[in-house]
Design a protein around this ligand. Sequence first.
Ligand code: HEM
Length: 191
Amino acid sequence: MTSAVAPRTQQAAVFVLGRRWRRATLILHIIAGGAWIGIDVMVAVLVGTGRFATDPELRALAYRALAAFVVWPMLTSGLVCLATGLVLGLCTKWGLLRYWWVAVKLALNLVLCTLIVVALEPGMDAVAAYGRGLTTGGEAPNEISSLFFPPAVSLTALTIATVLGVLKPWGRIRRRRPAAAIGPRQREEAP
Ligand code: HEM
C-alpha cells in the first residue's frame, strides 16, 4: 500500500485555510466522526438489548430509546463530518476528487447519510410501536429483524473511513489528459 505523495505547494486548493482554521476544522471533523462511531456503538447495544435481553420491559425500553434518540444525532454527526470533510478537501492540497482516499471517504459519507434518511428513519415509527406493545405481546415487524444491518454496515464503513483518513493510501486519481494536452511526439508514441 503506497502512501499519497503530498504535492509541493498548496496552490491547487480551491480556497486556502489558515493554519488555525484548518486545525479547528480537522478537530471538528474528527470529533464528528468519533461521535458518529459512538452513536453507532450505542445503536448496536440497544439493538442487542432489544433482541436478547430476557426482561420484556428492558427490551421495550431499548426499542423505544432507539426510535426516539438515534436518527437525528446520527444524521447530524454524519452531516457535520461531511461538511467539515468538504471544507478540508476543498481548502487543502487534498481536493475532493484528486486522491482516492478522499474520494472513497466522500462516497462512504454520502451513502451512509442517504441510508439514514431513506432506510433507517422511515422504519422508526414501527420500531417505537413494537416497543410500546412488547410487554403485552405482539408480532415483530420486518423493521425489527433488519435492525442489525445499520450498525454493522455503518461501523464497517466508518472504520474504513477512519483508516483511510489516517493512512491516506492509494495515491492520486489519474485522469486521462485531453489529446490537445499531449505533445505531438507523445501522440506518435501512444499505442
Ligand atoms: C465518513 C466519515 C469520515 C471519517 C470517520 C473521517 C475520519 C477522518 C480522520 C480520523 C481524519 C484525521 C487523519 C489524520 O489527521 O491523521 C480525517 C482527515 C481528513 N478527512 Fe475525513 N473522515 C470522514 C469523512 C470525510 C469526507 C466525506 C471527506 C471529504 C469529502 C474527508 C476529508 C478528509 C481530509 C481532506 C482529511 C485530511 C485533513 C488534513 O490532514 O489536512 N473526510 N478524516
